[in-house]
Design a protein around this ligand. Sequence first.
Ligand SMILES: [Ca+2]
Ligand SMILES: [Ca+2]
Length: 194
Amino acid sequence: MDKSLIFNIFGIFTIFLQMSLVLCDGYIELRLHSLENKDHLDHGLGCCDTWPWGVCRGQCDSYFKICVTDWTSSSKPRVSCGLGRKQTGTYDGKSNIQFNGNLGNNIQNPMRFRFDGKLNLFEVMVTSYDEDTWPNPDDLIDIHTQIVYAKHGQTSQNATLQKFDVKGRVSFLKFDVKTYCAQGFTGNDCSKRI
Ligand SMILES: [Ca+2]
Ligand SMILES: [Ca+2]
């Protein structure tokens, strides 16, 4: 067989493979705004910490685990964190927090998660804990979960901001989410190449 023909076939196959691997491409941007846990409670409705004589210390040492899961395909397990997971630093002695641009552990706020398939529906789950000193295990404070219908913008600047105020068992978490196409992609589902 002619060598150039083989190269052409190989080239076409490679391009086809690349196209079939990346059909859509974009980002989820998640910004934490504030946490309100007025009574400094943990998930069992007790104090996060108590002094040795049994009196509530009055604050939690809060940190957060963030888990983003694609719900577009029902075959995927719930809360697989397939789109990404992160853990913030600890806010020592703080139960009520106004988040700034730095969440600790080298995590910027807003956080950015990449998706590379059709994304219609996803779950944002934020679990908060009270950090304790060894040998005491950390206490679960709350679980905030929100299903989000994606509204893809073409860029971060023109994406629709979706604001949420999610009530957990003992606290409220405010955050917002937007989704948009990666550079080089466009369309309602970020599947068209520019
Ligand atoms: Ca504790
Ligand atoms: Ca603690």
